[in-house]
Every structure is written in C-alpha cells, then in structure tokens.
Design a protein. Structure first.
Length: 132
C-alpha cells in the first residue's frame, strides 16, 4: 500500500505540467510600439515544448534579429532561459506582464514577415534622410 501511494505521489509531481495549456504555436508581442526604435518591442514564438524563438528589430542595424531561448512553464508563469539556466524573461500567465513591467499580448500574424516589412520601411526612411 505504501509503495502504491508513493507511486501515485511521484506521478502527480511529475505530471504537474500535463494539465497546463500547451504553449506550442503561441505567439506574443511584448513591449510598446511607442518606444520602437529603443528595441522595446519583442516578439516570441513558442516553437516546441522546450524552445521559444525571440524576434526584434536591432536598433542600430535596423535588421530583424532572432534568438532561441529555452523555456520552462509553470502554472502561474513562464521563464525564458538564456543558455538553459539563466532566467532572461519571466512572463505572468494570467496578466501577460513581464517582470520588467512591460505588457504582452497574444498575436496571430507571421512575425518574420511583419518585422521584415517594418525593417525595410525604417531603412528606407533613414536612407532618405542621410546626407551621404
């Protein structure tokens, strides 16, 4: 009986994330577009149950950049991990607010296509204003 109880407890502990909604395919936009040139807008796309791809426009080159973070999901938060161990971002699952205070929202469009268009518009505007 004790062994059966121990097995049940272990299974419940290991399956804590089984009942959480899967994040795979979910896309988030975090930050404010008013501070766009300061690199304040970052996009995340959860590509599998361990990795999330981050997209942003680099504030100097104005090119689209991306980076893959590992992530861990908990009932109340999501932690994005740099190098698999260092917490880079924490997102509250209920409020979609990051630890730094910026807000996120769920999006449905193709992130790379949108950012490529915005990047090109920014490059065109800057080149138009350049003297040399």
């Amino acid at each position: 009986m004790k062994k059966l109880l121990a097995i049940i407890v272990l299974v419940l502990l290991w399956s804590g994330n089984v009942f959480a909604k899967s994040l795979v395919g979910t896309q988030l936009q975090c930050g404010s577009k008013t501070d766009y040139m300061l690199g304040a807008v970052q996009y995340f796309k959860f590509i599998n149950n361990k990795e999330v791809k981050s997209f942003w426009i680099h504030n100097e080159s104005l090119k689209v950049r991306e980076f893959i973070f590992d992530y861990k999901e908990y009932p109340t938060k999501i932690e994005l991990l740099w190098g698999g161990t260092l917490i880079s971002h924490t997102i509250n699952r209920k409020t979609l607010k990051k630890k730094d205070g910026s807000r996120c929202k769920v999006i449905k469009f193709n992130i790379r296509n949108k950012l490529e268009k915005e990047s090109q518009q920014l490059l065109d505007a800057v080149q138009k204003d350049n003297k040399i």
